[in-house]
Design a protein around this ligand. Sequence first.
Ligand SMILES: C[S@@+](CC[C@H](N)C(=O)[O-])C[C@H]1O[C@@H](n2cnc3c(N)ncnc32)[C@H](O)[C@@H]1O
Length: 507
Amino acid sequence: MLEIENRRKALQDNLDAQKKQRERNIMGQFSTPYLLALDIMQHMKSLIKGNNVSLFEPSIGTGVFYSVFAEVFGTDKKAFGIELDNHYFSPAKQLWEGFPLEIVQADFFNITPDRHFPLLVANPPYIRHHHIENSQKQELQLRTYEQTGIKTSGLTGMYCYFLMLSEQWLEDGGISCWLIPSEFMDVNYGKALKHYLLNNVELLQIHRFNATDLQFADALVSSCIVIFRKAKPQSNSPIRFTLGGSISKPEKETLIDRQEIADSQKWTNLFENGIVQTNETEKLGDYFTVKRGVVTGDNNFFIVDDNKIEQYGIDKKFLYPILPSPRYIKGDIIEATGELPDIERQEYLFSCNLSESILKQQYPGTWSYIQEGERQGVRDGYICSRRTPWYSCEERPPASIIVPYMGRSDTNKRMFRFILNKSKAITTNVYLLLYPKPQYARSLRDLTILTQVWHALNSIPQERMIKGGRFYGGGLRKMEPNELMNIPLSEISGLLEEDNKQLSLFQ
Ligand SMILES: C[S@@+](CC[C@H](N)C(=O)[O-])C[C@H]1O[C@@H](n2cnc3c(N)ncnc32)[C@H](O)[C@@H]1O
């Protein structure tokens, strides 16, 4: 937590205490609890690519979302916020003096965007329709229709207009995250917002809190978090409906096709559909240690083919067969001739830890290749400049079961697949490598057992795999080694014989 967060929270409590409950209801002034804001921002970090991020908050209050944004992304990142009420605006502006946060006092609906943001996070005012003046209602209905082509009912709450009219503040592909009441999912006035989420943007996720777990005790509404991307909706990309717990660790999750959502009158029913719940206690990590493949520092230099080997005369001693990117591996089995994989793209990892003087004398071809790397500036790269010698890659033994660490829902129905690698080829970090735990190593040296285990791993339902990985939007999922080790796994129990630990000491 940033040091300033304590001051912000004290300020928030103090300012809230000076207002009557009715006043706060009319203006929709219920601040987001710090821990909830932090959880949301950490989740945003998993969705945002790259380091070039800035935040827009259309109804900033005292700035809890900026506080967690600075904590999660760094205090050097810029942000822009709007606040209507001077009661919150002035003290907030003073509080954040010196931070790269610009706050203006204005009505969100009266301010024309002069910039676009990659990230928007908001807890907009929950002002019910009967507190919105008729003239303002008509103006908002008209603007929503003009900007989105969607007609809204007169009963629409203010938060819906905030959400539907915020798109012009986002850059293309920007992520938008809204903490709003969940009632729009079931009531009549919510149809417009649901239509917007399914047709105007790429809806990524809706998280519903448990009805009993009220996020704002003082506002008495059950809330949800809606996350979307400013992009055309992807018809074949299912949408995550998560329920309970926190957004980064929901208790339940289900993936639902857009069509099924569109056909559903009450979206709150969808959260219970096809829920992935497992009572398994065994995990993949009980059987395997998972490691990422080799990070070379520069694949163009360290991955070499026969032509390059011949051209420079690189010595075999420094070459390790390596698999190409998963897109070149068509099936789920890599056959082998001897140690080499039976694939078209035969490639090798170049790695060596002898000194340049020895190489120059004894392996002139290899030495000339290293010279070439120096000429190209490979040694100055981030990874290479931090190791000695710079041309020595980390060691990774080959693994019999490997998993491409990234999957796309639109290109591959099975986003995560386990590949049986019968060769001795290693991989770069686009794969995860599964190494048997010592007590199962002997059992897994038997090809029949290994094949059974590999089949069993591929029978893990994709939903369970997807739930364990990370969501990157646009149908893209990634899996980190520890996430794969945490995947619940009952499928292989009974297939593997555990070595008696005492016996294995003498092997
Ligand atoms: C639900 S609070 C959220 C505050 C803060 N973002 C947070 O999460 O704690 C909504 C805020 O929006 C402000 N607000 C209400 N109507 C607004 C408008 N039309 N334009 C900008 N801010 C507005 C309120 O004064 C209040 O501070």
